[in-house]
Design a protein. Structure first.
Length: 352
């Protein structure tokens, strides 16, 4: 678990100005305390990397959506339900199937014979945390309805616009190895996900702990925070400072994906915005009012990996988006002076 105490960094990266001054020590301590409470409660029932839970919380603060990718049986649904419950939020699960219609998720008007009027019956999208299970099994028309909800935070029912709850987070799951009976997500929809989290098989020690834990089912997850607190912390993100050279580093990393010889489609400007917003939420949860290059490097994979496409030749050779991003980080200098002289750095951080 990342420590909540503020870290010591060079003065040129911690000069937060007027914005950072708005985040005093009390607010930073509250952010770190909320993170610790949520991570501690969720990891009672979800056994895996604590960074995954923190990344989900950061995505919610950054008002983004999450794509959970992994084979069946890795507790994706357990993680989503525990996350929603720990935050005191309303949770709904949608099992996506090939015959699922847009009205099945958005809702529809139903005729009431008593009142002789049509009444709105809201669908499962009207919740604060929505689990879209096996999202790639739904046809394009249903996926487009979900896309409107994710991007605009609203749905259109019989020509009328209905606002969704605030906050609104979609946790979508998909199996990366199953290709039969599925509809591949269009690039426009994949780009709407703030982060993609790959869930791997647990380690030996984690799986042994899992067997011991569920031999006697743990106590149900309790609410250790409120959605009002989540909205309050989300508003504080604007006060997290990003030094100009860190902004430059973010942009140079994203632009490097577009110029890489093994990439057919690089990350868009939306990716730059997503990476910076996510880094600010990550820093706030770490108890800091400024973003460091470490934050950017730690979040590069989850924020950008699903937004780039490698060339056909690279794909045949087994080159992945993760490998391309690792090469981009290696080649892109953290700080450059206006004269082009590189400032030495020993920053390095592995993937989440």
């Amino acid at each position: 678990m990342i420590e909540s105490q503020p870290q010591t960094v060079p003065a040129e990266l911690s000069d937060g100005g007027a914005e950072a001054a708005a985040l005093d020590h009390q607010r930073l301590a509250r952010a770190g305390a909320l993170r610790d409470r949520v991570v501690g409660e969720v990891t009672r029932v979800y056994i895996g990397k604590t960074e995954v839970v923190q990344l989900l919380l950061a995505a919610m603060l950054a008002r983004g959506h999450v794509l959970l990718e992994g084979v069946p049986g890795l507790a994706k649904t357990t993680l989503a339900k525990a996350m929603a419950t720990s935050l005191g939020g309303q949770f709904r699960r949608i099992q996506f199937t090939p015959d699922l219609l847009p009205a099945d998720i958005t809702g529809t008007y139903v005729f009431n014979q008593r009142s002789q009027l049509f009444e709105l019956r809201r669908g499962p999208l009207f919740a604060q945390v929505v689990l879209a299970d096996e999202i790639n099994r739904a046809p394009a028309k249903t996926q487009s309805a979900l896309l409107e909800a994710m991007q605009e935070r609203q749905v259109t029912i019989e020509g009328e616009t209905q606002s969704l709850p605030n906050p609104f987070l979609v946790l979508a799951t998909q199996n990366p190895v199953e290709q039969e009976g599925v509809y591949l997500l269009p690039e426009a929809q994949i780009d709407r996900f703030l982060v993609r989290i790959r869930l791997d098989y647990p380690t030996l020690s984690d799986e042994m702990r899992m067997l011991r834990t569920y031999d006697h089912p743990p106590e149900p997850v309790q609410a250790v925070a409120t959605m009002a607190e989540v909205l309050e912390l989300a508003a504080w993100i604007d006060g997290v400072h990003v030094e100009e050279r860190v902004v430059s580093y973010i942009v140079r990393l994203v632009q490097a994906t577009r110029q890489h010889p093994r990439v057919a489609l690089g990350a868009s400007p939306r990716a730059s915005l997503a990476l910076m917003r996510l880094a600010k939420a990550w820093a706030l949860l770490a108890g800091r009012d400024f973003v460091t290059p470490d934050d950017v490097q730690a979040l590069l994979g989850p924020a950008l990996e699903h937004r780039i496409m490698v060339t056909t030749d690279a794909s045949i050779e087994g080159v992945t988006a993760a490998a391309v991003l690792a090469d981009v980080v290696h080649r892109t200098k953290v700080v450059e002076t206006p004269t082009g002289v590189v400032v030495p750095t020993d920053l390095h951080i592995g993937p989440l």
